[in-house]
Design a protein around this ligand. Structure first.
Ligand code: ATP
Ligand code: MG
Length: 262
C-alpha cells in the first residue's frame, strides 16, 4: 500500500436528483483508487444503504453503521469494515437515520457530526469518498461540511442541469457558514451513450455552465455496472474487461491527477 504523509482528501459525491449515478460512481471510483493502492475509505451516508450493499454489506445482518459513529454510540473501529480490496475500507449505512435525526433535534452542532467522527481516524487514508442521499437535507449537509471537495455525478439526460442551482447554493451556504475551503472539484457524466446526440448535447451544456470542471472520462451506459452490486462486488472485481470497469479506472487516474496525488 502506498503512503501519503498528508491528511486525506475528503470528497462528497452529491446531487439531490435521484438515480443519476452517485452510488455507482462512488463505489467504482473507490474500488479503482484501491486498485491503484491508494488507501481509501468509502462512507455510505445514504439511508438506502446502496453502496454498502454493493460491497455485500446488508444492514439486516447487524453491525455498526455511520449513524452510530455520528451519534457517538460506537467508535470508528467498531463501525469500519474491510472489503475484498486491501486498500479499501467502508463505513456502512442503515435505514435508521430517521431515528438518528429525531435524537439530534436541538443539538447545535449537528452539521459537524460527520466531520468530527472522521477526524478521529482520518490519518489512515489518502482519500475519503462520501456517497450522499438524493436530498439536500441534514445528511448531505454533514457530508459537505466534512468534505474538501464535491464531485457531482450527472446523468446524460434532458433535465441534467435542472436543480443544479440549488446544489450550488447549498455548497455556497456550506462554504459561508462552516467550510470556507469547499469547492466543486468536478462533474462526472454518467450513463453516457456515445451514439446518442442527446448525450453529446448534455455534455456540451454542462461544459458551458462549468467550464474546465467536467471530467474528460465519461462513464458509458454499461449493463455490468448495473449487475455487479447484486453480486456484492464493484465492477472491477466482477468483470475486469467491462467498459464500466475501464472507465472508472480512467476516472480514478484523472481524479488523482487533479488532486496531485499521482
Ligand atoms: P440515488 O439517488 O437513489 O441514490 P444514485 O444517484 O446513487 O441513486 P445509482 O444508484 O448509482 O444512482 O444509479 C441508478 C441506477 O442506474 C442503478 O440501477 C444503477 O445500477 C444504474 N446505473 C448507474 N450508472 C450506470 C451506468 N453507467 N450504466 C448502466 N447502469 C447504470
Ligand atoms: Mg445512491
Amino acid at each position: 500500500m502506498k503512503h501519503f504523509d498528508r491528511p486525506p482528501v475528503v470528497i462528497a459525491l452529491a446531487n439531490q436528483k435521484g438515480g443519476v449515478g452517485k452510488t455507482t460512481t462512488t463505489v467504482n471510483l473507490a474500488a479503482s483508487l484501491a486498485v491503484y493502492e491508494v488507501p481509501t475509505l468509502l462512507v455510505d451516508m445514504d439511508p438506502q444503504a446502496n453502496a454498502s450493499l454493493a460491497f455485500g454489506l446488508d444492514y439486516r445482518a447487524g453491525g455498526g453503521h455511520v449513524y452510530d459513529l455520528m451519534l457517538g454510540r460506537l467508535s470508528f473501529d467498531q463501525v469500519v469494515r474491510k472489503t475484498e480490496l486491501e486498500s479499501l475500507d467502508i463505513i456502512p449505512s442503515h435505514p435508521d437515520v430517521v431515528a438518528a435525526e429525531v435524537e439530534l433535534v436541538g443539538l447545535e452542532d449537528r452539521t459537524l457530526l460527520l466531520r468530527q467522527a472522521l477526524s478521529l481516524a482520518a490519518d489512515r487514508y489518502a482519500v475519503v469518498l462520501i456517497d450522499c442521499p438524493p436530498a439536500l437535507g441534514f445528511l448531505t449537509l454533514n457530508a459537505l461540511v466534512a468534505a474538501n471537495h464535491v464531485i457531482v455525478p450527472m446523468q446524460c439526460e434532458f433535465y441534467a442541469l435542472d436543480g443544479l442551482v440549488r446544489l450550488v447554493q447549498t455548497i455556497d451556504l456550506t462554504r459561508r457558514s462552516w467550510n470556507p475551503g469547499l469547492d466543486i472539484l468536478g462533474l462526472v457524466l454518467t450513463m453516457f451513450d456515445a451514439r446518442a446526440r442527446l448525450s453529446h448535447q448534455v455534455a456540451e451544456d454542462v461544459e458551458r455552465h462549468f467550464p474546465g470542471k467536467v471530467f474528460k472520462t465519461r462513464v458509458p451506459r454499461n449493463v455490468r455496472l448495473a449487475e455487479s452490486p447484486s453480486h456484492g462486488k464493484p465492477v472491477i472485481l466482477f468483470d475486469v474487461r467491462a467498459s464500466g470497469a475501464t472507465a472508472h479506472m480512467e476516472l480514478a487516474a484523472e481524479l488523482l491527477a487533479r488532486l496531485n496525488l499521482n
